[in-house]
Design a binder for this molecule. Structure first.
Ligand code: NAD
Length: 516
């Protein structure tokens, strides 16, 4: 089979430069409100993972260009910080309207550059849109606290002030949602921002920046640089950047966490995962099967909250036939094709890594119930749904994050045993239980060591009034993304104590003031 041809959008976008004939368009930088072409000599191709066509290329931003982006953000800060929160909110109101009007265009770009199905790409935009909606209430979210008359004639209040220039470094798997986890909250708090999209799929971030400016975001409030390690290291080292938001792998995340915090920055890093589902024998069969298939294979397993491991209390044997039947019925094709359930994985290297981990599982004794490695496509990096049973905790395929359409099946003797398996895993992004027993669910909720817990819910990612609360090795930092914690991350608290009273002249006292 061959993946259906994908129409490449040739419509002129202000964030693209047409290269010389027959070379791909070049993605521009956004500096001080202008989309400018980089003078870099080095580029990275953005490839359509379904076809291997080069969609565009990003520049490895030069040191001077990076400096100019940070300077633009620094220069824009005083004016933006002084802009009333109501006016900053109003930009977000308009921004959410423009995102809604451009959902299809954004989704099409995501499918072209990232590979996920159009419907799933639409969800990628929508989950980010919800963060923009949330930022529209910043006046309330950023509200301070006040205690009157803490001592005679003295009041104390605290306010949350923006930090200054903040930066965000994004992964490839949610090209719209993750940039939208970052800059809408940051800028509505009054910060200015330098965003580095994933070098693999920068298009959605560029379109969102275009819309944000159309919504009225002043020049320099949001800037975009492209590149890989070097520009990331520049962000970590820069003296003007006060906070760094990162989402991606543990290798990059822990490097960024230590390098950026070494210069006194705040850092929040959302990282890798191995999310487990525990299935009790009393679980609703059909609902659980559907949940496992959807959360295991949706987005080709490339979600940080994908369910990659199913632990069956009592063993998986009685579930296997139906899992194989449902998984083999899924349609693997270009995300542009209407009935596709899952598209390709992001790159050739990703496919190779996934296949190697599956083989490693087989070599170390796992039973291969369904093998998606040999799915025949001429070009794209396709991997079909794959099921491995009898997986043990010491296998490489269990210890590593696979990040592909591979569901591992494990066996536990009891709920306690299953909880222990999950808790021994180093990651703590999410975990779910499927059961009809409230008592078991409550025990799970109490004893499980994961930051986001699902009870008969396969992908328990909280909406933006809560925060994304991965834990253990899935997160570094202390203030999570979006929700209350997100606002705290992007603001510095200032506490003011004021005295206004008519006081008769008093003898000076050098003792520690106490309330009276
Ligand atoms: P990645 O770590 O390879 O890349 C993320 C970003 O870091 C990119 O912008 C990249 O340019 C940069 N980068 C990569 N390696 C670097 C290095 N050594 N030094 C400096 N910068 C570097 O991640 P990815 O492959 O794009 O994304 C997949 C990973 O992201 C998975 O591990 C997934 O679990 C994780 N993820 C986590 C969450 C979450 O919320 N916990 C959400 C989405 C993705």
């Amino acid at each position: 089979a061959m993946a259906a041809a994908v129409p490449l959008s040739t419509a002129a976008a202000p964030w693209l430069s047409n290269g010389p004939a027959s070379s791909p368009p070049r993605v521009r930088l956004l500096i001080g409100g202008e989309f400018v072409e980089s003078r870099a000599d080095e580029h990275v191709d953005v490839t359509n993972p379904a076809t291997q066509e080069v969609v565009s290329r990003i520049p490895l931003t030069t040191a001077d260009e990076f400096r100019a982006a940070v300077d633009a953000a620094r220069t824009a800060f005083p004016g933006w910080r002084g802009t009333p929160v109501t006016m900053r909110q109003r930009v977000m109101f308009k921004f959410q309207e423009l995102i809604r009007a451009n959902m299809d265009k954004l989704a099409e770009n995501i499918t072209t550059e990232q590979g996920k199905t159009l419907k799933d790409a639409w969800g990628d935009v929508f989950r980010g849109l919800e963060v923009v909606e949330h930022a529209c209430g910043m006046g309330t979210l950023q509200m301070g606290e006040y205690v009157s008359n803490v001592s005679n004639g003295i009041d104390t209040f605290s306010i949350r002030e923006p930090l200054g220039v903040c930066a965000g470094i994004c992964p490839f798997n949610f090209p719209a949602m993750i940039p939208l986890w970052m800059f809408p909250i940051a800028v509505t708090c009054g910060n200015t921002f330098v965003l580095k999209p994933s070098e693999k799929d920068p298009g959605a971030a560029m379109m969102l920046a275009e819309l944000a400016m159309e919504a009225g975001l002043p020049k320099g409030v949001l800037n975009i640089v492209h590149g890989t390690h070097d520009v990331v290291n520049n962000i970590c080292d820069d003296e003007d950047i006060k906070a760094v938001s990162f989402v991606g792998s543990n290798t990059a995340g822990m490097h960024i966490y230590s390098r950026a915090s070494a210069t006194g920055k705040r850092v929040q890093c959302n990282m890798g995962a191995k999310n487990h589902a525990i299935i009790l024998p009393d679980a609703d069969r059909d609902a659980t099967l559907n949940a496992l298939i959807a959360a295991g294979f949706g987005a080709a397993g490339q979600r940080c909250m994908a369910l990659s491991t199913a632990v069956f209390v009592g063993g998986s044997e009685s579930w296997e036939d139906e899992l194989v039947k449902l998984a083999s019925g899924l349609v693997v094709n270009s995300g542009m094709v209407n009935d596709a359930d899952l598209g390709p994985v992001i790159s050739r290297q990703a496919k190779d890594r996934i296949c190697k981990l599956v083989q490693n599982g087989v070599d170390s004794g796992a039973r291969l119930l369904l093998d998606g490695r040999d799915i025949m496509f001429e070009d794209g990096n396709f991997v079909g749904p794959t099921l491995l049973a009898d997986v043990k905790s010491d296998m490489e395929c269990y210890k590593e994050e696979i990040f592909g359409p591979v569901l591992l099946l494990m066996k536990a003797e009891s709920l306690d045993d299953a909880i222990q398996i999950v808790n021994r895993n180093k990651y703590g992004n999410g975990a779910s239980i499927f059961t009809r027993s409230g008592i078991s669910a409550r025990k799970f909720q109490t004893d499980i060591e994961a930051g986001q817990v699902g009870i008969n819910v396969p992908i328990p990612v909280p909406l933006p009034f809560f925060s994304f609360t991965g834990s253990k090795a899935s997160f570094a930092g202390d203030l999570n993304f979006y929700g209350k914690a997100g606002v705290q991350f992007f603001t510095q608290i200032k506490t003011i104590t004021q005295q206004w009273k008519e006081s008769p002249a008093q003898r000076v006292s050098l003792s520690m003031p106490t309330s009276q």
